[in-house]
Design a protein around this ligand. Structure first.
Ligand SMILES: *Cc1c(COP(=O)(O)O)cnc(C)c1O
Length: 357
């Protein structure tokens, strides 16, 4: 069987080794030494000034919305994982969907202004498959209309845009460190902001809104993560360069093998580095996609329709809205099997099944 993803696992002894310290200290959670060490290592690796390790990428988004005090309409993308939209609703705001660019698959910045009303308070957009949004255009619109900007960078670990970490754009960026992501801490996530005061506020929100001894300053939640999760993050970070190299090789093997096949890859934003979190393709038609899926399934090879269906038309708690590019792309987009342990030979097998279709 070839699944769509398999989580990366480091040698078990390395994980056990680091856990010995946890047993010795008996400090399991609440901003423990490993959680702090992971934050320092990630800040260093990503060259960002503030970073908070949290429970997961979904809670990271909720905390971002709360910390910016958003109340009203949030302009967002319908082509993302459901958490991008559900957190907006969960925090009592109203998502307003703007269609995507058919090339980069990120929110179409040229359509944002027409969606702004007197109730608009923010833009929350996703760097789709690690491909950055048009951060400059979004920044200009946000400045002009006095809006906050949050980026869902769940896919964007390690991406740089114009020589800076992609997480440094916007008011707040979030990332997921879920087991299925390119780099993970089993469950986990982090929040980046350049603003020191906002970072302090997020720190309090992460810890129930407690400001100090016997005092509360904010409406908080429990966004802390454990030493066991931090330990996995620390050990996995040692392998991040090897992970990157392998994924790049796999990506190139697919690209080479699928030359001439009736599908296109998303157009990568100029000035951005690639981090290879997925191998996405937009096929010529939905019919072709379904045929490819069936042929692969016969060989016990799995693909994922990611993202499908459109968040603007599929959520039972929101009115159904059909956005042209998103509806079209979501029907034709797939991610092929892509993970560290995947072998080049397996890719060749997958490619030949697809080409035969
Ligand atoms: C994975 C993902 C999330 C959610 O992250 P969790 O850590 O699973 O909560 C949010 N947004 C996008 C785009 C994702 O891919």
């Amino acid at each position: 069987m070839i699944p769509v993803v398999k989580p990366f696992l480091p040698p078990m002894e390395e994980y056990q080794d680091i856990l010995k310290g946890v047993w010795a200290r008996q400090w399991l959670t609440n901003m423990g030494p490993l959680a702090t060490e992971l934050e320092e290592k990630l800040k260093d690796r990503l060259s960002v000034s503030n970073l908070l390790f949290v429970t997961n990428g979904t809670v990271a988004l909720q905390m971002a919305i709360k910390a910016l005090d958003l109340k009203g309409e949030v302009i967002t993308t319908p082509f993302s994982f459901v958490a991008t939209t559900s957190t907006i609703v969960w925090e009592g705001c109203k998502p307003v969907f703007v269609d995507i660019e058919p090339t980069t698959l990120t929110i179409d910045a040229s359509k944002i202004e027409e969606a702004i009303t007197e109730n608009t308070v923010a833009i929350l957009a996703t760097h789709v498959y690690g491909n950055p949004c048009d951060v400059e255009a979004i920044d200009n619109i946000a400045k002009k209309h006095n809006l906050k900007v949050i980026y869902d960078g769940a896919h964007a670990f390690g991406v740089e845009y114009k020589g800076r970490s992609i997480f440094e754009y916007g008011d707040i960026s979030t990332c997921s460190l879920h087991a299925t992501k390119l780099y993970h801490s089993i469950e986990g996530g982090f929040i980046v902001t350049k603003d020191k005061d906002l970072n302090t506020k997020l720190q309090r929100i992460r810890n129930f809104g407690i400001a100090g001894f016997d005092t509360f300053s904010d409406l908080g939640l429990n966004g802390k993560n454990s030493e066991m999760h931090a330990a996995m993050g620390i050990v996995n970070l040692k392998y991040i360069d090897a992970i990157h190299t392998k994924r790049k090789l796999l990506y190139e093997t697919y690209t080479e093998g699928l030359k001439g096949f009736a599908a296109v890859q998303p157009v990568w934003r100029e000035g951005a580095t690639m981090n290879y979190p997925y191998f996405p393709l937009v096929l010529e038609s939905e019919e072709l996609l379904l045929n490819v899926r069936e042929a692969l399934a016969k060989e016990d090879i799995h693909l994922r329709r990611y993202f499908y269906p459109s968040l603007a038309s599929a959520l039972p708690y929101l009115p159904k809205q059909l956005l042209e590019n998103t509806e079209d792309i979501a029907k034709r987009a797939v991610c092929l099997p892509f993970y560290y342990d995947l072998e080049e030979e397996e890719i060749n097998r997958i490619v030949s099944v697809i080409i035969n279709v």
